[in-house]
Design a binder for this molecule. Structure first.
Ligand code: SF4
Length: 122
């Protein structure tokens, strides 16, 4: 029997959750205060994913960078590849919230979208 100890990231309580596994299968989840912790723990030990938030360089805007995030969760082991792509693109102002700045980032099938507006200057 394998045990995994996790901190639930579902809310600021940060419950300490223990997952018991056998042959890659989840046998039990304990320590969670609510159902979200159970769902998080089962996913985290089998298929961990994350939303990535960052910034992308902007040309010709009233700010040098625009805040962005992945439109949905991406596999946790793709975070560095996603950040590599984010760090190597530039976009042109104006930028509007929800604009797709990168399609299929790092081959994940997920887009990176703007989360702020950037006005064009000049
Ligand atoms: S188990 Fe529920 S209460 Fe505990 S940190 Fe996760 S979401 Fe919050």
């Amino acid at each position: 029997m394998e045990q995994r100890h996790l901190t639930c990231i579902g809310c600021p309580m940060g419950c300490q959750v223990t997952v018991e596994m056998e042959k890659g299968e989840v046998i039990s989840v304990s320590g969670n205060t609510c159902k979200r912790g159970d769902i998080y723990a089962r996913k985290e030990v089998t298929n961990p994913t994350r939303i990535v938030t960052s910034t992308i360089a902007v040309t010709g805007g009233d700010k040098a960078r625009v805040c962005c995030k992945t439109a949905s969760d991406i596999p946790k082991d793709k975070i560095f590849a996603v950040m590599h792509d984010i760090n190597h693109v530039k976009c042109d102002a104006p930028v509007h919230i929800g604009d797709v700045l990168i399609e299929d980032v790092a081959g994940t099938g997920v887009s990176v979208v703007a989360t702020r507006n950037i006005a064009k200057v000049g």
